[in-house]
Design a protein around this ligand. Sequence first.
Ligand code: ADP
Length: 315
Amino acid sequence: MSEVVTLGEAMACLRADGPINLGGGAHISVAGAEANVAIGLARLGHGVSFAGAVGPDRLGDLVRRTLRAEGVAVGALRTDPAPTGIVVFEQRMTGVTRVDYHRRASAGGTLSAGDVESAFALHPSPPRVLHVTGVTPALGPGPAQAVQAAVRLARSAGARVCLDVNHRARLWSESTARRTLTALAVQADIVVASEEELPLTGAGGGEAELVAGLLAAGVSEVVVKRGAAGASVVTTRETLHLPARPVTAVDPIGAGDAFVAGYLSGVLDGLPAAARLARGVTTGAFAVACHGDWEGLPTRSELDMLDLPDGSAVR
Ligand code: ADP
């Protein structure tokens, strides 16, 4: 099987050239937190399988083709009669993006535990890592059961489970999110959250108490994303912080997913915590320095590109 299995709603995205209410052009692409991570990992040379569902429409074809073109295995990407979901991005100004989702009754929301079982049954050997996010359980009971099934199958197969909290406040109430995400977090080996999301993984307290609670529950590493301030990792043995890589930020969307792809790549490569974090802040910086959620993510040979002086020409 692939080194990594991930699941979720991959959607088509429209990236408007300007304010949408004025009309004008838009660029069609693919979006979705787990799909972004899958592409990020595939670019770094890892075997990744994506489980999900798209509609029997041209946008579904685009999602499938893009994932396949990026080297993500799509054997577990089902075609459902429901339409492919759409997300619309309007970058109102550098650093501020409006995001509108059109995902109600879309194919991605039909994801079920059966899809996950099919994904795991596709290959005889288990993945090394399962990556899930808090977006998918917020989509409805079927996707929530799919995430639970994936975590159960991964744990019983000895795979490491990574949860990126990725809270979407418009999809569910904070109390439901906290209950579901806390239950998921304590089953994970790696928990990734922003500073604001961390309280959704426990009963209360400040960052130190929440992190200590997760480690006491059996989580092996808690990774906190801090935007332009970088990221931290806390394990039972060490606490490390790395500042962000200095780049000109042109598009903040997708930084968290890019960071997770880099961090998990470090996990798969057996790197020590500091090097895992360094790869995560590097891929996160690529995402903010380039337009698009995943389009600018680095291949393995490009990871050192941020060390080049500004104005370099790579010939
Ligand atoms: P999310 O997109 O989930 O909100 P963050 O904004 O925290 O996640 O970004 C994830 C990571 O990407 C950060 O930990 C940091 O390493 C990197 N990053 C984010 N913003 C910037 C920035 N302006 N400059 C450089 N790196 C950044």
